[in-house]
Design a protein around this ligand. Structure first.
Ligand code: UDP
Ligand code: MG
Length: 320
């Protein structure tokens, strides 16, 4: 018998109001694990403050399967923190995360596991196509990854998903990252280690709608870029370096045009220039204020040093 018999696989699933599709998801997950995984496993269902029947259904499932643990957060903390809580609590030699909405095909779990058994510490699912996704979201995520890579200098390829397996060693490193403005994908990229990719086609959601709005997504993009890089701070400096010579040239041009009796017949009044210039400078000031504000808000929330999430022990199960 192989060594794999002694290893434990942890499956981490964040759930927010997934009551409508939970039973179907759970059944398909357990079926794959029982049929194709030759090692003991635990499932950590992370209830992210759902207000539907999700917790009730989780509890019922946990009573049927002894290897289910429930982490129940005291309110909705967002997918990233719910996932983080699960990764923190996982006891396995490998931790596999996936969405509860059926978009991450459970049939691929054995593939993740066999890559891990072959020695990979990080195995990441790459989403290839999702026809059901709106244009906004598709191009939005392209834009997100483009900007993200530009700003942070870290290559996050489009399609990187949270369908991912990490070895216990990587999990231990992950636990040491304490920032609260986090995007798990970005943190795992930051951790390094050679990685392997598995392509998959995202299924349509089993039920309900994706709960990430454009607003939430752009906040996530900005937050993670700010927490992973300080280069936005340089943008202001670059703009200043651009504006200064431009305004000097503009001023000189005005002066020359006026002194040589307007050979180009522009008839530009001095006050027009002043107005444009003022607007330009005010715009730059506002942007730099905004950037400083962003960083301040991050410093603010990091120095508060609050716990990342709160576990409601009474409705959790198997969590000390
Ligand atoms: N989710 C969560 N907390 C939230 C929003 C979502 O735990 O505040 C879970 C959700 O139940 C699902 C996964 O995160 O298992 C992905 O969510 P969703 O399908 O809404 O997002 P998308 O597919 O657009 O990434
Ligand atoms: Mg989804």
């Amino acid at each position: 018998m192989s060594m794999s018999k002694t290893r434990l696989l942890s499956i981490v699933v964040p759930l927010f109001n997934e009551s409508a599709s939970f039973e179907a998801f759970h059944a398909s997950l357990v079926a794959v694990l029982e049929k194709s995984i030759e090692m003991p496993y635990e499932i950590l269902y992370c209830n992210d403050g759902s207000w539907d029947d999700t917790l009730k259904k989780l509890t019922a499932a946990a009573h049927e399967h002894p290897n289910i643990r429930i982490i129940s957060l005291s309110r909705n903390f967002g997918k990233e923190l719910a996932t983080t809580a699960g990764i923190h609590e996982a006891r396995g030699n490998a931790v596999l995360t996936l969405d509860a909405d059926g978009q991450h095909p459970v049939e691929l779990i054995p593939e993740f596991v066999s890559r891990w058994l072959a020695g990979s510490k990080v195995v990441i699912g790459i989403r290839t196509a999702n026809q059901k996704e709106g244009i906004v979201k598709r191009y939005g995520s392209k834009l997100f990854y483009g900007l993200f890579s530009r700003i942070t200098g870290m290559k996050l390829s489009a399609g990187l998903s949270d369908f991912r397996l990490i070895d216990r060693a990587v999990q231990q490193d992950f636990i040491r990252m304490t920032e609260r403005n986090r995007i798990t994908r970005g943190l795992v990229e930051w951790l390094g280690y050679p990685r392997e990719y598995i392509k998959f086609k995202a299924h349509p959601r089993l039920a309900g709608d994706a709960t990430y709005s454009i607003r939430k997504l752009s906040k996530l993009a900005i937050d993670s870029a700010v927490s992973l890089s300080i280069s936005p701070l340089y943008i202001t400096a670059y703009m200043g370096a651009f504006v200064l010579p431009v305004s000097i040239l503009l001023g000189l041009g005005m002066l020359i045009d006026t002194l040589t009796n307007d050979p180009l017949h522009l008839h530009i009044t001095g006050s027009a220039y002043v107005v444009v210039l003022l607007l330009f400078l005010i715009g730059i000031l506002l942007i730099s204020q905004g950037i400083i504000g962003l960083y301040l808000s991050h410093i603010h929330s990091e120095t508060q040093n609050r716990p990342l999430y709160i576990i409601d022990k009474d409705s959790s199960l198997g969590i000390e």
